[in-house]
Design a protein. Structure first.
Length: 353
């Protein structure tokens, strides 16, 4: 499975389905997982920001991780894996299966907190059949050396996906030397770059290129504001972004898989559409209100498609911001190539079984 991760694929950040009473809606949660896999996603990231970090306090981390793994095992791939020379050369695949590995999806679990908590969450993920851990960099008071030691400890349990989280939502600023040293750890298999900052994103590439494991560490864009440009970019040291691990790809996922498959054939087309995808992400992530409605924005797209029953979050204070619903309507109408409403409508009853 790690070969699929290194080759590059589409990995949505999995949302959390809730009822109006804010209880775990297992039926719709399973439907979401079936949707992503049918759309051709090659992996799933579960227990991450889009899943809501509060699942830990709500006692939902284990049930949420378990359900995604169970559904992934029940769902058979329908197409060939996508292999790449630089992460993005598509092969023909059956409808609904492009990007999938013949062995099934790569399962990545989010892990948070100081060493003991992160290791325990990695052990839980390993017991459920996950293949890697996306390690949150937010540890109050931790130095770069502390974060490297923590990654090494987690790496004794499962392979590690490093994570550069934007400072606007609490991520620390990290040096090129940090990324070099993280890439040098044998357990590091990928890095999600979600700095939302061109300079800091390049710091990751420079650091990985300076390590002696550059060819073994896949770079994944998490820059939801810069997706297409990242996937087309030539990075320092001859590196490329192999794929994306994105909250934006939690919605309109079939269109995202088609986009990635077509990048090599039509780079000029997708370069022209890069700003449109950023515009759409602005509506989904609610940049007009400093990302306050980002999770609810994902939920609203899925609600309109019938996959979710509502936009409820574990925190009752979280919801759509004023004008956000109208912005979602605008971008969906402006960029029909970005949506996959017909695909969802065709299969919704099957996924909700």
């Amino acid at each position: 499975m790690l070969d699929v991760l290194r080759a590059g694929t589409v990995i949505p950040a999995h949302p959390l389905a809730l009822t109006a009473e804010r209880a775990f809606d297992e039926r719709r949660q399973a439907a979401l997982t079936r949707y992503y896999l049918a759309a051709g996603a090659g992996g799933l990231a579960v227990g991450v920001h889009t899943t809501q970090f509060e699942i830990r306090q709500a006692g939902l981390l284990e049930p949420v991780l378990r359900l995604a793994a169970d559904v992934a095992r029940e769902t058979r791939p329908t197409g060939e894996a996508r292999s790449t020379e630089a992460g993005r050369e598509a092969r023909p695949a059956e409808a609904g299966g492009e990007g999938r590995s013949a062995a099934g999806p790569v399962l990545i679990a989010g892990a948070c907190g100081p060493v003991a908590q992160a290791v325990a969450e990695a052990e839980l993920a390993a017991s459920l059949g996950y293949h890697a851990v996306l390690l949150s960099p937010v540890v109050p008071g931790a130095s770069e050396a502390d974060l490297l030691a923590r990654a090494a400890a987690v790496g004794e349990v499962l392979p590690v996906v490093g994570f550069y989280l934007q400072t606007a939502i609490g991520g620390p600023e990290l040096s090129r030397a940090f990324w070099r040293d993280l890439a040098a750890q044998p357990s590091t298999v990928a890095i999600k770059v979600a700095a939302f900052d061109r300079y800091r994103s390049l710091d990751v590439a420079h650091g990985v290129a300076a390590s002696d494991r550059a060819g073994q560490v896949a770079l994944y864009t998490g820059n939801d504001d810069h997706i297409i440009a990242d996937l087309l970019a030539d990075l320092p040291g001859g590196l490329r972004f192999a794929g994306g691990l994105l909250g934006q790809w939690a919605v309109w996922t079939k269109a995202a898989v088609d986009l990635v498959a077509d990048l090599e054939r039509n780079p000029a087309l997708w370069a022209r559409r890069a700003s449109a995808l950023t515009d759409a992400n602005s509506a989904v992530f609610d940049t007009a209100h400093a990302f306050r409605g980002c999770i609810a924005g994902v939920h609203e797209v899925l609600r309109r498609q019938g996959l979710l029953a509502g936009t409820w979050c574990l925190d009752p204070a979280e919801g759509l911001s004023p004008g956000q619903a109208e912005e979602l309507t605008r971008v969906a109408a402006a960029y029909p190539w970005l949506t996959d409403d017909a695909f969802v409508a065709e299969h919704l009853d099957e996924w909700l079984r």
